[in-house]
Design a binder for this molecule. Structure first.
Ligand code: E4P
Length: 216
């Protein structure tokens, strides 16, 4: 399972990239709005210069024609830009046109296996089931990831599943066990994955024991 960072924060992206563990980045309008830069294009280009993998940037248009135009614009910014298109009839129409133009897409705001299947049939490069938001309303969000992975494997569909809207480290383990091709993770969850109190205790105990040897 590859890991993408789910943020538009440049410092966080720089840090995670330095650790050598992320293969891409996903943004959305809310994540971009949280940052200081008002220049969307500049922000996406800066992210592309840090991470040598797919960088998702979302369209804001709601009708198919405008989505397609916006997607063409976004994808012309950099070869690694993947255009996020929300689930809707217009979104499916846009993806089917864009896939024929070899423009990479991420079918986003996906909350069911049926939506994921339709995205794959339209030619989406990725589909993103939003696990945490489903959990929030009392559903088993990871089931959508599992179902989509199983369906795509069964029918040999090339679309990749991005487990999205992940909220804690256990989501990452479940996504990996569900066979998600990618998990897109917030920076704080990525940091939590690295840490373990027993590791911290172990490191300080080793240092302490070794200091005793030196001080003998
Ligand atoms: C995915 O591409 C989205 O940006 C993201 O995972 C949404 O997460 P949220 O539900 O925490 O906003």
């Amino acid at each position: 399972m590859r890991i993408f960072l789910d943020t538009a924060n440049i410092d966080h992206i720089r840090h995670a990239a330095k650790l050598g563990i992320i293969s891409g980045v996903t943004t959305n309008p809310s994540l971009v709005a949280r940052e200081e830069s008002a220049d969307f294009k500049a922000a996406i280009l800066e992210i592309c210069s840090i991470v040598g993998g797919p960088v998702s940037a979302e369209v804001l248009s709601l009708d198919a024609e405008a989505m397609i135009e916006e997607a063409r614009q976004l994808s012309s910014w950099h070869e690694n830009v993947v255009v996020k298109i929300p689930v809707s009839e217009a979104g499916l129409e846009a993806i089917s046109v864009l896939s024929r133009e070899n423009i990479k897409t991420n079918f986003t705001l996906c909350f069911s296996a049926n939506q994921a299947l339709l995205g794959a049939l339209a030619g989406a490069t990725y589909v993103s089931p939003f696990v945490g938001r489903l959990d929030d309303i009392g559903h088993q969000g990871m089931e959508v990831v599992k179902d989509a992975v199983e369906i795509f494997e069964y029918y040999d569909l090339p679309t990749q599943v991005i487990a999205a809207s992940l909220r804690h480290p256990l989501h990452m383990v479940s996504a990996a066990k569900a066979g998600a091709h990618v998990a897109t993770v917030p920076y704080n969850v990525l940091m939590q994955m690295i840490r373990h109190p027993l590791t911290d205790i172990g490191i300080s105990r080793f240092a302490e024991d070794w200091r005793k040897v030196i001080e003998k």
